[in-house]
Design a binder for this molecule. Structure first.
Ligand code: XMP
Length: 516
């Protein structure tokens, strides 16, 4: 046990100081992909705190401000004198230049999008192994005009003469482009160089190491108490259950509230996945309760609110039997960051992420995945032996099929949707096709059809399949026509209530992934 604790202390860390850039999480993820632990903190974090954390390197993010504008976030000169290697990206580069006595002004020609850059100084350690002709993503209206003393320019573009700079003896590096995004072709290699050649990373951050440390931490926190977890069957709560079961077998109760709006067979599949494990699995079949609350409701936001509130009520009723236990949650790192707990900037509040309410009957929160990104959660799930169908599961809205059943929600309409959705998934699997997300949507529009010799008047069903990795943007998938033919014909023939099938050919933006 002592050995494991020592390892936890030894993990090298790179701090990502946030200056309001949209890519802070991406930067932190890229660092971890290089097997170096990363942590996101506000750009205003006091120097004392930074010293205490003893990072091997610091990355300054981009941001929407102009460094010379009043009220823009600044850094102290001391930060650059700590002797810790620093990489400034975009606004982070401006900040480095400005703080150390250089000049930053607005560009005569702004650069947005994919821009060719020339790496001029191939002796710069950041560029080792890179091609001097670089394709980069730029997004800036300001640039460095005069570098601080001791700095050297290392790259340029047509409109930006100082697209990268460094001061080798002070271990300060900066790039105007964004090495963290895929569109900067050699960005990963550049970050790897910064971590391994400048910060001297050892690559000591691995999931195996995480598991070891976390098992000890959970056991220490929980002792001989019981833990209750709300299990939805999604990736986060499933992996959370798996690590808790490994850490504290027979001290865990998973409560699965089946609101009746899961996909076909899904409730049973979730139950099966956790059967035979050393935990207490409670399935609450609350379909009727939810459907009666939703009767006559068509407005998507009201549906969401009703389902959310009812969910909390059912879970509270059920978990009341476990007063004096810990509450476990599958909170992941982006939830923590979005709740503003690392940087102070709230994007979206997440349930209980800031702590339990005062009047709670639980004695504390257990959040084993709190420091992990989604892809790390998946990797952890695989290591813990969870089935691939659970680990690689597509995102599924909390309110379930209510979101995909436009208009009134009834059991009959949900069953139509479930059957059609099942056929769609079955046919894509048969054709060996897999996309970021795919599902059926039952519209509230009915149209005339003809089947046999009779006229029908049934629902229009939508199919959606999208290619996406971040679920913030997507393109529609080009499903081959023969596959669409089979899906359409099977749905109309096998699912009573559908007379017409349409395929959604809109990207996001302008559309969203879900229809609602
Ligand atoms: P939209 O429709 O906004 O969805 O493009 C983006 C992604 O989020 C998923 N989604 C949800 N996920 N709870 C979730 O955990 C929700 O309430 C929710 N609503 C949408 C959606 O499936 C897509 O992947």
């Amino acid at each position: 046990m002592k050995e494991t604790k020592k390892q936890a202390v030894k993990n090298q860390t790179v701090l990502v100081l946030d200056f309001g850039g949209q890519y802070k999480e991406l930067i932190a993820r890229r660092v971890r992909e290089c097997k170096v632990h990363s942590q996101i903190l506000a750009g205003s974090t006091p120097i004392e705190k930074i010293k205490e954390l003893d990072p091997i390197g610091i990355i300054l993010t981009g941001g929407p401000h102009s460094v010379y504008e009043e009220g823009s976030p600044h850094a102290s000169k001391e930060l650059f004198e700590l002797g810790i290697p620093i990489l400034g990206i975009c606004y982070g580069m401006h900040l480095m230049a400005y703080t150390l006595g250089g000049k930053v002004k607005s560009c005569s020609v702004s650069e947005y999008g994919t821009i060719n850059a020339t790496l001029d100084d191939m002796d710069c350690v950041l560029f080792k192994g890179l091609n001097p002709n670089a394709v980069t993503l730029m997004s800036h209206g300001d640039r460095v005009y005069t570098m601080p003393r001791g700095f050297k320019a290392t790259a340029h573009t047509q409109d930006c003469p100082i697209a990268a700079m460094y001061n080798e003896s002070k271990k300060l590096y900066a790039v105007q482009f964004h090495p963290e995004v895929e569109r900067t072709k050699q960005g990963k290699k550049l970050l790897h160089n910064f971590l391994y050649k400048v910060c001297k990373a050892k690559g000591d951050y691995t999931i195996d190491d995480f598991i070891q440390r976390e098992l000890v931490r959970i056991r220490e926190q929980v002792g001989d108490k019981q833990v209750v977890l709300g299990l939805s069957g999604g990736v986060d709560s499933s992996v959370c259950a798996a690590i808790l079961e490994k850490a504290i077998p027979n001290q865990l109760t998973c409560i699965f509230v089946d609101h009746g709006m899961m996909r076909k067979n899904e409730g049973d599949e979730i139950e099966r996945a956790f059967a035979g494990k050393s935990l207490n699995f409670v399935r609450v079949n609350a379909e009727e309760r939810f459907l009666s609350k939703l009767e006559g409701v068509s407005d998507p936001e009201r549906k969401r609110k009703i389902i959310g509130a009812e969910f909390v009520r059912v879970f509270e009723e059920e978990s009341a039997k476990f007063a004096g236990s810990f509450l476990a949650q599958g909170t992941i790192y982006p939830d923590v960051v979005e709740s503003g707990l690392t940087t102070g900037a709230v994007i979206k509040s997440h349930h209980n992420v800031g702590g339990l309410p005062k009047d709670t009957k639980f004695i504390g929160l257990v959040e084993p995945l709190r420091s992990l990104f989604k892809d790390e959660v998946r990797e952890l799930g695989r290591k813990l032996g969870l089935d691939e169908t659970l680990v690689a599961r597509q995102p599924f809205p909390g309110p379930g099929l209510a979101v995909r059943c436009i208009g009134a929600i009834t059991k009959e309409r949900l069953d139509i949707l479930r059957d059609a959705d099942y056929i769609f998934r079955e046919e894509l699997a048969k054709a060996n096709l897999n996309y970021g997300q795919f599902f059926a949507v039952l519209t509230n529009m009915r149209t005339v059809g003809v089947m046999g010799d009779g006229r029908t008047y049934n629902y229009v069903l939508g199919l959606r399949a999208v290619i996406t990795s971040d679920f913030m943007t997507c393109e529609y998938a080009h499903i081959p026509y023969p596959v669409l033919d089979v899906v359409s014909s099977r749905i109309v023939n096998e699912v009573q209530g559908v007379s017409r099938v349409v395929y959604d050919i809109t990207g996001k933006p302008p559309a969203t992934i879900e229809w609602e």
